[in-house]
Design a binder for this molecule. Structure first.
Ligand code: PLP
Length: 433
């Protein structure tokens, strides 16, 4: 049995190149992070070999005594990391990732074509919260359930709770979803609970982006108000790629949440759990209870604030005017730029972030902003000072995008990309200096 270098040098080389890319770039994608060596050791272990359909103590295969021990430990650590009383809350740690976790909740709580309301994707929501366009039901959530998104107040960049309340009163959803992929503020859980109660809906929070911040209590606690909380495990939480579903141990609107959710995960939508991921997750959740982790999450927020303040100083318009969490959304439209150009320019300079829709975009195909997150570079040791310099680098990239747009004949993206890829492109020199 050979190691990877001998057994498959081609894949080894690709992994090495990706590792160098990760090392060399300023990683500012808000949903990414660098997990620990300990987590990666667990993920790359023999746990990947085992089938264990079912739950601890109730498996469909033999040989699961250690897997039972592992999954039980992971569950206990998950509850402890989020300060939950195991008598009131339970957790399923088997979801393969965030989107499956969400769909599992929907199938657990709802009947096909029941109504849901989540934050609209162009306003910061996630595909799996029911995104659809006037022409197409894009996500499985909008194909199998009837989705009526709520939106931000475009003048403030904050969720329009009054409109959510009015729409919910008319639409009468069975499920309201809090949580987002590109929203720099906290959700008003008490208000959302009130709206959900008034229309008899479940309230779910998808805390994927901010679960690390929730564990460290640096943002509001969704568990106080929600029936169900889902999360990915690889974003601010800094674990392996995976998902979790937390549920109240209660019957709500006639549904026993625990059995409905466990059955939705298996046999409803999944087969054998990814035990290597559960191993990595258990490691991550142990670390999530440490003072070092809480300090890290505090830094994620203070670094993001420093980045936001510097960008404002440099004249940028930020959606909602700032940030309370780990990300900022920059509206580039006042500069006559779109997010794709700036993403491309910065990519060439090894600054990795993503184009993002901003409220008021005319077309989802031309996102008018960029999303910048602090978790990954905070893991690599960046403090406020470095994030201020990062804001200055981004500013340079934006200036170059503007110059390039002006000087490239016709300003077509193709020509523009040729230009930014050529040796005449100024930022290239600076990077290789
Ligand atoms: N929920 C939210 C809020 C997200 O931002 C994401 C991914 O970015 C997901 C769910 C989906 O997670 P996954 O990519 O693991 O399916």
């Amino acid at each position: 049995d050979h190691g990877l270098s001998e057994a498959d040098p081609e894949v080894r080389t690709i992994i090495d190149k990706e590792k160098q890319r990760q090392l060399r770039s300023l990683e500012l994608i808000a949903s990414e992070n660098f997990t620990s060596r300990a987590v990666m050791e667990a993920v790359g272990s023999c746990l990947t070999n085992k089938y264990s359909e079912g739950l601890p103590g109730k498996r469909y295969y033999g040989g699961n005594e250690y897997i039972d021990e592992l999954e039980t430990l992971c569950q206990e650590r998950a509850l402890a990391a989020f300060h939950l009383d195991g008598k009131k809350w339970g957790v399923n740690v088997q979801p393969l990732s965030g989107s499956p976790a969400n769909f599992e909740v929907y199938t657990a709580l709802l009947n096909p074509h029941d109504r849901i309301m989540g934050l609209d994707l162009p306003h910061g929501g996630h595909l799996s919260h029911g995104f659809m366009t006037p022409k197409r039901r894009v996500s499985g959530t909008s194909i199998y359930f009837e989705s009526m998104p709520y939106r931000l107040d475009e003048s403030t960049g904050i969720v329009d709770y009054d409109m959510l309340e009015k729409t919910a009163t008319l639409f009468r959803p069975k499920l309201i979803i809090a949580g987002a992929s590109a929203y720099p503020r906290d959700f008003d859980y008490p208000r959302m609970r009130k709206i959900a109660d008034a229309v008899g809906a479940f309230l779910m929070m998808d805390m994927a982006h901010i679960s690390g911040l929730v564990a460290a209590s640096v943002v509001a606690d969704p568990f106080e108000y929600c029936d169900v909380v889902t999360t990915t495990t690889h974003k601010s939480l800094r674990g392996p790629r995976g998902g979790m579903i937390f549920f109240k141990r209660e019957t709500v609107h006639g549904v026993d949440l625990e059995s409905a959710i466990n059955n939705a995960v298996f046999p409803g939508l999944q087969g054998g759990p990814h035990n290597h991921t559960i191993g990595g997750l258990a490691v991550c959740l142990n670390h999530a209870q440490s003072p070092e982790f809480r300090a890290y999450q505090n830094e994620v927020v203070s670094n993001c604030r420093a980045l936001a303040s510097r960008l404002i100083e440099l004249g940028y318009k930020l959606v909602s005017g700032g940030s309370d969490n780990h990300l900022v959304l920059v509206d580039l439209r006042p500069l006559g730029l779109d997010g794709a150009r700036v993403e491309k320019v910065l990519d060439i300079a090894s600054i990795t972030l993503n184009k993002n829709s901003v409220p008021g975009d005319k077309s989802a195909l031309v996102p008018g902003g960029i999303r910048i997150g602090s978790p990954a570079m905070t893991t690599r040791g960046f403090k406020e000072k470095e994030f201020i310099v990062t804001a200055d680098f981004i500013h340079e990239g934006v200036q170059i995008s503007l110059e390039a747009k002006r000087s490239v004949p016709g300003s077509k993206l193709q020509d523009f990309m040729k230009f930014v890829g050529s040796p005449d492109f100024p930022l290239m020199h600076r990077v290789s200096d």
